[in-house]
Design a protein around this ligand. Sequence first.
Ligand code: SF4
Length: 62
Amino acid sequence: MTVKVDKEVCIACGVCQELCPEVFGADEEGKAFVLEGADCDAAGCCEEAAESCAVEAITIEE
Ligand code: SF4
């Protein structure tokens, strides 16, 4: 499973970092990015984060 964040769409709300800090970080503007080496399968919280993103900026690919 791989995950991506569209920074153009992200509104820097912080929800994904809160729900899934093992995978999502925030840049200096608060916009989300996927941490280097992050493992969605091991973390088990990527789907919840994607579903909770109000602007659907998080995409998961199986
Ligand atoms: S939940 Fe969505 S809008 Fe909020 S920081 Fe994460 S990617 Fe950005």
